[in-house]
Design a protein around this ligand. Structure first.
Ligand SMILES: [Zn+2]
Ligand SMILES: [Zn+2]
Length: 120
């Protein structure tokens, strides 16, 4: 171990007590505190383009199915908004909220007749 490394280590340790929360960090912590515990109820996000559903804290950055960006996602069901039937692929469990089941499952390629109505 060289003197430089030891000094570097001391420097890092010395920084810890001085570290102040960055702007916005407290807010983020509050947000984290209000998150439901694991296994709790997560919001469901719907891709307005393809009907893809994702149950998670925030909408995905990009729809894994149609590549639409996060701003194309809306909470599902929209409070007071239009709602869509949910379709479940009986082969792989893929869920899509849209008027009609997809012609083909984007995950396993099963045809529309393998979809069944599903209630969340
Ligand atoms: Zn999509
Ligand atoms: Zn499928």
């Amino acid at each position: 171990m060289t003197q430089e490394v030891l000094e570097g280590k001391r420097e890092i340790e010395g920084q810890i007590p001085e570290r102040r929360p960055e702007p916005g960090e407290l807010e983020r912590r509050r947000e984290a505190a209000s998150e439901p515990a694991a296994g709790g109820r997560l919001p469901v996000w719907r891709c307005r383009v393809c009907g893809y559903l994702a149950a998670r804290e925030k909408p995905p950055r990009e729809c894994p199915i149609c590549k639409a960006s996060a701003d194309r996602f809306e909470p599902f069901p929209l409070p007071g908004g239009p709602t869509f039937p949910v379709w479940r692929c009986r082969v792989c469990g893929y869920l899509a909220a849209r008027e009609k089941p997809p012609r083909e499952c984007p995950i396993c390629k099963a045809s529309a007749d393998r979809f069944e109505p599903f209630s969340l």
